[in-house]
Design a protein around this ligand. Structure first.
Ligand code: NPW
Ligand code: K
Length: 504
């Protein structure tokens, strides 16, 4: 499923209308019908539904929804936030169709008190005020309508976008609808994955409106939401005649005297994610503790680190910020030139002034920063990173020729050629020390077992998030999940995914 910017969505619509010949009224009819079809099973007989309609094409969708509700005999009141004389194009066609079917239109500016009363009494409020077309803050009259919608008690369903939210997710401080549910048309917009916009969406349903794939290809959209079916399709299939050497010989350089746990989490996650052989390099002082906890790995004293036949390397979790490690990180990034190399946490800290090493590699490295680490790498602030997650990631991945995993609510994977994949799994239980170390281990293991790096990285991020969801769905809350719990949730997640793979 594609993820689009405002401009891309407009171009996709235009291509579909002009070159494919599916006219705007058809798409609008499809959009309104899709929302009606999704809404209808949720509504009980006698529910009061208030449709709030703006002047543009988002309002046009609202007319279709209102017409279908009216035709089905629902208790619908349809309120216009604009002068009907100023409604034009496809929206005007659908306004006429609604009226011709016998529907009544009320203007908010004529009867603001009645509007507020009806909003207050409504079980459902359909927000078709503003969509992808607005520039800047909504006009003052629309801001007032948004405040009234937000003060209402009914369930707010936003059509395409919560009104007032900028589609590209730019930071804003004006009023915007706080939806209970957003029925996104055709494909998710960037705003759904950006702060503060994302907080306005409530739960999201994506409703197809019949735009053909050709339109996406022509516009050249390079962003996708990872679907479960993508993960199931691309997970590696294990050869029944394989041996441990076929599933990767990983080397993990992690842990320090004060952070032995990080090495444990990464190593155990890599083992749970299928790696064939794993050697862990830790300071000698913590080796006995780890060896007792994790007898499945081999150990290499930190002073003797050499690739020594490894087919992939993970660097960074709990490494510490001692200046001596900087040289080690740089050396390993250079020496592992032709094999997968994952760099995280303190590995990123040590690499921050040596990023020029990255584009020299034959095999692109995988960097997995959280926004704070990304700010460090780009000499910016966390706010700068969050303001433009998509743009900053793309510029960085292309410049340094890396796979970049920018962690967050919707972790974003960017390939060296600029393709981007948004991860849908995960929850707030992961906001705890050690979670990132687990991901490093899964990444290392998956890179050694997948054919395509983008699949390996995206699947690792997906499984990591799915493990947190699995825990929260069963015996855990969002508060009590530990990194070690995440690791133990990898097996049920993989079990389920492989089950789906064999069932297909
Ligand atoms: N064929 C298609 O494209 C399809 C599109 N579809 C639907 O259309 C939506 C996009 O439609 P859109 O482009 O008409 O924009 P929309 O968000 O309804 O409102 C823009 C209107 O607001 C105005 N306006 C501008 N700035 C403003 C502000 N700050 N505060 C307040 N108003 C402001 C501006 O008028 P202006 O004031 O500039 O004259 C304009 O009239 C999309 O989200 C989806 O729902 C679907 O039906 C599928 C087919
Ligand atoms: K809307």
């Amino acid at each position: 499923m594609h993820v689009v910017s405002r401009e891309e969505m407009r171009n996709i619509d235009q291509y579909t209308i002009t070159h494919i010949g599916l006219g705007g009224p058809v798409l609008m009819e499809n959009a309104g019908r899709a929302v009606y079809a999704a809404l209808e099973p949720e509504c009980k007989a006698g529910d009061r539904i208030c449709v709030v309609i703006g002047k543009g094409n988002n309002g046009g969708d609202g007319f279709v929804i209102a017409r279908m509700l009216f035709d089905s005999g629902a208790k619908v009141s349809t309120w216009l936030a604009a002068d009907p004389q100023k409604i034009s194009g496809e929206a005007a066609n659908h306004m006429r169709a609604y009226c011709a079917c016998g529907g009544t239109l009320l203007r908010i500016s004529d009867e603001p008190e009645t509007f507020q009363q009806q909003l207050d009494r409504a079980d459902w409020i359909i927000d078709a005020l503003l969509g992808t077309g607005i520039h800047g803050a909504p006009y003052p009259a629309d801001q007032q309508v948004i405040r009234w919608i937000n003060a209402s008690k009914g369930t707010v369903i936003s059509v395409d976008l919560p009104s007032g939210v900028p589609a590209n997710g730019e930071a804003f401080d004006h009023p915007a609808v706080l939806a209970d549910q957003t029925m996104t048309l055709e494909c998710p917009k960037l705003a759904q994955f950006m702060q503060p916009a994302a907080r306005h969406f409530g739960t999201v349903r994506v409703l197809p409106i019949g735009i053909p794939n050709k339109a996406y290809q022509q516009v050249g959209v390079q962003r996708e939401l990872r679907m479960r079916s993508d993960v199931v399709r691309t997970l590696p299939v294990r050869d029944p005649f394989s041996h441990k050497g076929n599933h990767g010989k990983g080397l993990l350089i992690a842990g320090s005297k004060n952070m032995p746990g990080a090495a444990f989490f990464s190593a155990k996650a890599a083992l749970r994610s299928g790696i064939g052989l794993l050697k862990v390099s830790v300071p000698e002082v913590i080796q006995p503790i780890l060896a007792a906890q994790l007898p499945e790995t081999m150990y290499l004293p930190r002073v003797q680190v050499a690739l020594d036949g490894a087919s992939g390397v993970g660097i960074g979790p709990g490494l510490g910020r001692d200046a001596r490690e900087e040289e080690l990180v740089c050396r390993l990034v250079e020496e592992s030139d032709t094999i997968p190399c994952v760099i995280d946490a303190d590995g990123l800290f040590h690499l921050r002034n040596h990023l020029d090493l990255l584009p020299k590699r034959h095999k692109p490295a995988v960097l997995s920063p959280h926004p704070g680490e990304m700010a460090l790498l780009t000499h910016s602030s966390v706010q700068d990173v969050e303001r433009d997650r998509f743009g900053i990631s793309k510029a960085f991945a292309e410049k340094y020729q890396v796979y970049l995993v920018l962690k967050g609510k919707a972790t974003l994977v960017t390939a060296p050629d600029g393709r981007q994949i948004v991860n849908p799994t995960g929850n707030a239980a992961m906001a705890k020390g050690g979670s990132g170390d687990v991901l490093t281990g899964i990444l290392l293991a998956f890179l050694l077992q997948h054919e395509q790096m983008m699949d390996a990285v995206s699947n690792a991020v997906y499984v990591h998030g799915a493990a947190a969801e699995e825990l929260a769905a069963r015996e855990h809350s969002l508060l009590d999940v530990l990194a070690s719990d995440l690791i133990e949730a990898i097996p049920p997640v993989l079990h389920q995914l492989y089950d789906e793979k064999t069932c297909r």
